[in-house]
Ligand binder design. Sequence first.
Ligand SMILES: Nc1ncnc2c1ncn2[C@@H]1O[C@H](COP(=O)(O)OP(=O)(O)OP(=O)(O)O)[C@@H](O)[C@H]1O
Ligand SMILES: [Mg+2]
Length: 250
Amino acid sequence: MSDALLEARGLEIRFGGVVAADDVNLRIEEGRNLAIIGPNGAGKTTFLNICTGWIKPTRGTVLFRGKDVTRLAPRDIVRRGVARAFQIPQLFTEHTAMENMLIAASARTGRQSPLLDMHDMPEREEMARLLEMVGCDRVADRPVVELSEGQRKLIDIAVALALKPALLLMDEPTSGVASSEKFEIMEILVKALGRADVTAVFVEHDMGIVENYADEVAVWNAGAVQMRGTPQEILKHPDVIRDVIGEEIA
Ligand SMILES: Nc1ncnc2c1ncn2[C@@H]1O[C@H](COP(=O)(O)OP(=O)(O)OP(=O)(O)O)[C@@H](O)[C@H]1O
Ligand SMILES: [Mg+2]
């Protein structure tokens, strides 16, 4: 078996009486985009929080490129190559798209500079290329607050790419976007991640998106991985249709 990019072994965490992770085991292979599906409260976001260091499991281990990162601080996990995008983009909305990119670049290099000098940063061209990769170069100098939710999502991904990750974990990347725009956004996003050699993991409730953009699917249920396979195998499985797809349609 090839080496996993990220591997979760026996993760456990409870919140009061709720078991949010109950012996979670999962291998994420490099270059295989993985969708995480499952009913509300199944523990999908909790899994992303554990992988990025925001929640420490009471048991179990997260290995990234074979190294134990379970107890590292979130920013040290980011430095190793695991980035995170949120349901609501975490951008400085009064600043322009380019300024947001430059802030991310300075976080990466550790150089702190007041915004005035920031525009002369050597990373500027690289950041312009990333904005171009997500189709937002035309709005680089517009304040983020003036842009559409879809554009904000894409800029949030470009910001994550500025950290040069190998793995990007996304919690419902197309939520809050009109359904007519969802596919277009996923198309741009998946292409950009492929070009940047970044493996994507995304939590998704829209099975059309899963079918089109995931190489693998993991089904979460009651804090555990219930099933794992290709979209073709998983989306037609009777248990998934009953427990997950039925719920999404209802
Ligand atoms: N920090 C927390 N404190 C207390 N309970 C929590 C915390 N985080 C998660 N939970 C609980 O753990 C369970 C799993 O939550 P989680 O957010 O991981 O589910 P999810 O699969 O992401 O659901 P959704 O599809 O609604 O986003 C839920 O019952 C939730 O209420
Ligand atoms: Mg969630």
